[in-house]
Write a protein that binds this ligand. Structure first.
Ligand code: FAD
Ligand code: AMP
Length: 478
C-alpha cells in the first residue's frame, strides 16, 4: 500500500508534532509517524511528554510540596503532623499527567487533520518512508518533503552500565517506587540536578558525581557559583572533578569508584542514576541510499534552516546540532513547516532560554558575561539580589539574583542570567525584550507591578547604569 503526502514527519516529540501541526495548518497534507509504545499502546509526545520535561516537572512539583510541608511551613506558623510520602501515588499522579498530555497531542492531530501513523519509520531514497508497525506489517508513505524528528536517547557509559534495577537512567529515575536511602547521580547537568533534587527532597541522601571541575560550566560563572552555594546549603552533596571509573552491583547495591584530585574514591548507593547526556537517535532510520549525511558526532547534518543535504529532507530537534531543548526543536519544526509552505521563516538561535527546574530555578538567555568578554565587545553588568525584593522576602524565597549583561555602547541587552524564584518565567520576559532589540534602559523604564518577583529584573536593568533604587549601587552614576 502507498499513500502520497505533502509532508511526512518521523517522530512525534515536541519537534515533530509541532512541525506536523504547523504543516497541516498551512494546508499541507501531513502524516506523523511514531513508534513509541507504552503498555501495548502507541503514544505520541516523544521524550518530552513521556519521560522528559513533563514527568520530571510533575515529580519536581510533588516533591517540592512535600519538602515545603515538611520543612518550610513551620516558619509560616503552619503546624503539620507526622508526614510521609506515598511514592506509588506520586508516580501514579505523574503517569496520569503524562497520559493526559500525550492524549492531547492525538487530539490536536485530529483537530488539525494530521494523519497519525504508528510504527517505526525508515527513510528510503526519493522521499519515501517505510513504516513497520508493531505487528510487523509494512506500508510505504510517499511525500514531497520528509521531516526527521527522531530525537535522542540517554547515553550509556561502560563504567556504569544501566541494568534498570540498581543502575538506572533518567527514565528509570522517574519510575522508582520507593525513596532510595542513598542515591548516587553521575553527571551534574540539567537532568542530574533535577532528578537528584526530586529524590533528595523526598529524603534520599544524594551524592552527585561530576567529572568536570566547574559547576554548570555552560552557565554564567557568577550565577553558577551562587547556585552551587544554594544547593550546598540545601545539603545536596555535589562533588566536582569526580570522574566515575567503575561500578560493581552486589546484593542490591552499587559501589561506584571515582577519581578525584586525591586518588580513587568509592561510594556505595542503593540506586545510581546515570545522567551523562543524550545522543541523537538514528538507529534503523536511514536506508543506505536515503542520501542523508550525519555529522562527525552522529547528529543529522543540517544547515541553518534545518535542511539536510538531501533535497526535500529536513531534520529538527534533538537529532540535530544545538541545545537539546524541547522548545528549540518546536521552533525548528515551525520554521521547517513554513519554509516547506514557501515562507522565508528563519529562527533566532541566539535567544533560546535555558532552564534548570531546581529550587530555586536557574535560567538564562543570550550570552554569559564570559562569552561577551571573550568576544571583545565592551559591556556593562547589572545584578540585583532577590533579598531586596519584597515579594521574594514575603514568600520566603529570597535566595539568588538576577544578572543582566548589556552592550556598553548601545546598551542592548546581550544576556540575562537568574537563579531565584520563578527564574524560568522571569528570563522569558527578558527574552521577549531581547527579541525586540531592547536596551537595559528600556527594561528599566518599563513599569513593573509591585510586589512581584519580576521587579528584580527591572532593578538589575537599572543597576546596569548604577540606577537601582532598592540597593546601594556599586557604580555611582547620575
Ligand atoms: P523526542 O522528544 O525524543 O521525540 C522523538 C520521537 O521520535 C520519539 O517519540 C521516538 O519514539 C520517535 N522516533 C525515533 N525514531 C523513530 C523512527 N525511526 N520511527 C518513528 N518514530 C521514531 N527540555 C526542555 O526544554 N525543558 C525541560 O524541562 C526538559 N526536561 C527534561 C527532563 C528529562 C528527564 C529529559 C530526559 C529531557 C528533558 N528535556 C527538557 C529535553 C527534551 O525532552 C528534549 O529536548 C525533547 O524531547 C526533544 O524533542 P524531539 O522532538 O527532538 O525528540
Ligand atoms: P548534560 O550533558 O548537561 O546532561 O551533563 C552530563 C554531565 O555528565 C556532564 O557535565 C559530564 O561532564 C558528566 N559526566 C560524563 N561522564 C562522566 C563520568 N564518567 N563521571 C562523572 N561525570 C561524568
Amino acid at each position: 500500500m502507498s499513500d502520497k503526502y505533502d509532508v511526512v514527519v518521523i517522530g512525534s516529540g515536541p519537534a515533530g508534532y509541532v512541525a506536523a501541526i504547523r504543516a497541516a495548518q498551512l494546508g499541507l497534507k501531513t502524516a506523523c509517524v511514531e513508534k513509541w509504545q507504552k503498555d501495548g499502546k502507541m503514544v505520541n509526545g516523544g521524550t518530552c511528554l513521556n519521560v522528559g520535561c513533563i514527568p520530571s516537572k510533575a515529580l519536581l512539583d510533588s516533591s517540592h510540596k512535600y519538602h515545603d510541608a515538611a520543612h518550610a511551613y513551620q516558619s509560616h506558623g503552619i503546624v503539620t503532623g507526622e508526614m510521609s510520602v506515598d511514592v506509588p501515588a506520586m508516580i501514579a499522579r505523574k503517569e496520569k499527567i503524562v497520559a493526559q498530555m500525550a492524549g492531547g497531542i492525538s487530539g490536536l492531530f485530529q483537530a488539525n487533520g494530521v494523519t497519525s501513523v504508528f510504527g517505526s519509520g525508515r527513510l528510503l531514497a526519493g522521499h519515501k518512508v517505510e513504516v513497520t508497525a508493531a505487528d510487523g506489517s509494512v506500508q510505504t508513505l510517499e511525500a514531497d518533503n520528509v521531516i526527521i524528528a527522531t530525537g535522542s536517547l540517554p547515553i550509556n557509559i561502560p563504567v556504569a552500565p544501566v541494568d534498570n534495577d540498581v543502575i538506572i537512567d533518567s527514565t528509570g529515575a522517574l519510575e522508582l517506587q520507593e525513596v532510595p536511602k542513598r542515591l548516587g547521580v553521575i553527571g551534574a547537568g540539567v537532568i542530574g540536578l533535577e532528578l537528584g533534587s526530586v529524590w533528595g527532597r523526598l529524603g534520599s541522601e544524594v551524592v552527585v558525581l561530576e567529572a568536570l571541575p566547574d559547576f554548570l560550566a555552560m552557565m554564567d560563572k557568577q550565577i553558577a557559583k551562587e547556585s552551587l552555594k544554594i544547593f550546598k546549603k540545601q545539603g545536596l552533596d555535589i562533588r566536582m572533578g569526580a570522574r566515575v571509573t567503575g561500578s560493581e552491583v552486589k546484593d542490591g547495591q552499587v559501589t561506584v569508584s571515582y577519581e578525584n584530585g586525591e586518588g580513587t574514591q568509592q561510594e556505595t548507593f542503593d540506586k545510581l542514576i546515570v545522567c551523562v547526556g543524550r545522543r541523537p537517535y538514528t538507529e534503523g532510520l536511514l536506508a543506505p541510499d536515503s542520501g542523508v549525511n550525519l555529522d562527525e558526532r552522529g547528529f543529522i547534518f543540517v544547515d541553518d534552516y534545518c535542511a539536510t543535504n538531501a533535497p526535500g529532507v529536513w531534520a529538527v530537534g534533538d537529532v540535530v546540532r544545538g541545545p537539546m531543548l524541547a522548545h528549540k526543536g518546536s521552533e525548528e519544526g515551525v520554521m521547517v513547516a513554513e519554509r516547506i509552505a514557501g515562507q522565508k521563516t528563519a529562527m533566532n538561535y541566539d535567544i533560546i532560554p535555558n532552564v534548570i527546574y531546581t529550587h530555586p530555578e536557574i535560567a538564562s538567555v543570550g550570552l554569559t558575561e564570559e562569552e561577551v568578554k571573550q568576544s571583545g565587545e565592551p559591556y556593562e553588568v547589572g545584578t540585583f539580589p532577590f533579598m531586596a525584593i519584597g515579594r521574594a522576602v514575603a514568600a520566603d524565597q529570597a535566595e539568588g539574583m538576577v544578572k543582566i549583561v548589556a552592550h556598553a555602547e548601545t546598551d542592548r541587552v546581550l544576556g540575562c542570567h537568574i537563579v531565584g524564584p520563578s527564574a524560568a518565567d522571569l528570563v522569558q520576559q527578558v527574552a521577549i525584550a531581547m527579541e525586540f532589540g531592547s536596551s537595559a534602559e528600556d527594561i528599566g523604564m518599563t513599569v513593573f507591578g509591585h510586589p512581584t518577583f519580576s521587579e528584580a529584573v527591572k532593578e538589575a536593568a537599572l543597576a546596569v547604569h548604577g540606577h537601582a533604587i532598592h540597593m546601594p549601587n556599586r557604580k555611582k552614576r547620575k
